[in-house]
Design a protein around this ligand. Sequence first.
Ligand code: FES
Ligand SMILES: [Fe+2]
Length: 403
Amino acid sequence: MDQSAINKLIAAHKPGHALDRPFYTSESIYQRDIERIYMRSWLYAGHISEIPAQGDYLLFEFAKESVIIVHSDTGEISALLNVCRHRGSRVCLANEGKTAKFTCPYHGWTYALNGELRGAAHMDRDFDKNAYGLRKVHMQILAGLIFVNFSQSPANFDAVADDLCEALKPYNLEAAKVAHRQSYHIEGNWKLAIENYTECYHCAPAHPEYSRGHALAQGKASMQVQLEELMEKSQHCGLSNKTIDNSFLRTRDFGTDTAFTRYPMIRGHVTGSKDGTPIAPLLGTVTQYDGGCTDFQVGPVSFALAYCDHIVIYRFTPVDVSNSVCDITWLLRGDATEGEDYDRDKLVWLWDITTKADKVIIENNQLGINSRYYTPGPYSSMEEFTARFIDWYLHSIVRTSAD
Ligand code: FES
Ligand SMILES: [Fe+2]
């Protein structure tokens, strides 16, 4: 599919409707998605507690890219492209670990933790090691959450930090720890995963476990009174009652989306556990359960749900045009001890069962779209945010003569 055919398809999109099939199946549109969305956005790469000491590293991978997030000798965290400067081999093969240096498994070039090339045997005398360090991508840390951006001149992260710093403060995420991490492979285009995440129209039929305790499943209109009560109460419990809505806006610097939205829990639930009762020690400076939870977002493909006692982070990345991954990270208080203060299986239960159900519905969605009989239908009012994502997406990938 050439550029003008893609632009024609974008122009033909009916606002308030799902996308046409090629957006979920075309290799050329997928390539444009990667280049226009993923290569220019701030993407969640991990939490500082996962690499607390010098030499600790983890990989962040999607599509064809691989980045080493490493705690270097100087105490700084770097994001190094995992591509050898000799002939391009992957340098680091383990998903996580601890090392004093990175040695390429092909011809043995060795790199320091800050990416500098230190050893390259049998190279000419005039070979300049300084010119062959591992390339870096831009990296920023917000409340202990590590974000990377592949663009050479990424959008300023200050806007993100300005929006969210204060609202996230009570959770003290800098001092949190990762209790569990899990990846869910989804046989579906990455946009179907985001569309699914951005609406709760499907929550009642697909997620009985979630719907029991979270008012969002009933629709925003029916929770207005409960929401006002929550906002009143949240301040007394040490939580922010701020609302931030800066995601998927055409006016915003690309890739710097932010949101912070509180909503009530129902039927006596105070957190995302099986029976709604506390599941871990209260986070940060939160003094009491206020009966609510918080959706927040950083960048277009990283979302989180913050309860008073734990936080669940979601990141959606593509593998190829018809496969994606949902990575989930469960964070809780840094000094909480497994087996004493929390039970990992109980902590993970709700969002594991919910994400497995999401995987099934997203995959069924892709299967139906693959049919020759698929035609895009209208969004409901409960899919308002999804419609906004689609509008932003189309605007983001359109090519003009200036491109
Ligand atoms: S490709 Fe890495 S040392 Fe040759
Ligand atoms: Fe869902």
